[in-house]
Design a protein around this ligand. Structure first.
Ligand SMILES: Nc1ncnc2c1ncn2[C@@H]1O[C@H](COP(=O)(O)OP(=O)(O)OP(=O)(O)O)[C@@H](O)[C@H]1O
Length: 304
């Protein structure tokens, strides 16, 4: 994803000398055995020599149909899974085989927000404990003390700090996802990977969480790798888009170009299947209340 149409500088993405994240020939093959341990071995390539970059302050969306390799790519980038081949560079460092303190540093700089907040938040811990845990477990000081720190994070994501002693089950799905986002922010990341982070939410709640994600990026300046199958969502928050099909990136470029002039028939098919958009959210965005660059972001009607 370098040069030409795919060069950095999509709408809203500020110019920067180098990428924050650079994936080169990233590959993941899974070996499976049909019929148990004695069955025939087969090798499946879920991610096939993928190249891409994420620049500072930008949102790169990775889209594609189910099974195209998006989540596997996210896991490779988050170093939750080892690649079969390829390299990962982060902030100019080769982190492909990072261990010990290098890996610990990477884990603070790169955070993941998962699809299901309830399964990624410890149900037996209060929100205050969940939000301070990333620092406490590392033996790091909690700025301002636990209560103030948790309260401030809750305010940043639009939650009432008075609820910091509640448990995840006492929150709605959208609120729980806000807790997941707040936890990701606790360590001051440079890159936040959102793996279908809003897919499970109701459409109106999705819009609110999208607004939150955009606002947080504006305030804190981190980058997003935004994994989604919903192109309507992606269009609204991404600066650039990479389209995955069967483990390969078939097309990538500035968001507006991909949506207005898709080159690959697969991208065209994904666009044709675009799910419903929340018209209310789109109206607010166009009136300046929501994210996106009004001059480069097509309207709801233009997408039809
Ligand atoms: N641990 C694993 N072992 C074997 N195959 C796997 C494993 N994890 C993923 N796969 C396969 O790799 C392919 C890509 O999966 P992946 O979850 O990355 O796709 P995806 O684009 O994120 O799809 P979805 O949106 O449905 O999660 C799929 O065919 C999946 O079955």
């Amino acid at each position: 994803m370098t040069g030409g149409r795919d060069s950095h500088g999509g709408p809203g993405g500020p110019a920067h000398p180098g990428p924050l994240l650079r994936a080169r020939h990233l590959t993941k093959r899974f070996t499976t055995r049909a019929g148990g341990a004695l069955g025939r071995k087969s090798v499946f390539t879920a991610v096939d020599s993928v190249d891409f970059e994420v620049f500072p302050h930008e949102t790169l969306a990775l889209v594609g149909e189910s099974g195209s390799g998006k989540s596997t790519t996210a896991r490779l980038v988050a170093k939750l899974m080892k690649p079969t081949d390829g390299t990962l560079e982060f902030a100019g460092r080769d982190v492909t085989h990072a261990r010990g303190p290098d890996l610990a540093r990477f884990r603070n700089e790169v955070q993941v927000v998962f699809q299901d907040p309830f399964s990624s938040l410890n149900p037996r811990h209060t929100v205050a404990r969940i939000l301070t845990a990333p620092l406490v477990y590392q033996g790091l000081p909690v700025p301002g003390g636990r209560r103030a720190f948790a309260g401030e994070l809750m305010e940043r994501v639009g939650l009432d700090p008075d609820h910091m002693h509640r448990y995840p089950a006492q929150f709605s799905g959208g609120q729980a996802q806000r807790i997941g986002i707040a936890r990701a922010l606790a360590v001051g990341p440079k890159l936040v990977i959102c793996d279908e982070a809003i897919s499970a939410l109701d459409v109106s709640v999705q819009a609110q969480v999208m607004d939150l994600l955009v606002r947080l990026q504006r305030e804190s300046g981190f980058s997003y790798l935004f994994i989604a199958h919903d192109l309507a969502v992606v269009r609204r928050i991404s600066h650039r888009v990479a389209v995955m099909k069967q483990g390969v990136i078939v097309e990538s470029g500035p968001s507006a170009e991909i949506f207005e002039r898709p080159r690959d028939p697969y991208t065209g098919a994904l666009l044709a299947a675009i799910p419903r958009i929340d018209p209310e959210w789109d109206r607010r965005r166009r009136e300046g209340a929501g994210p996106g660059n009004a001059s480069t972001t097509p309207s709801y009607e233009e997408l039809r």
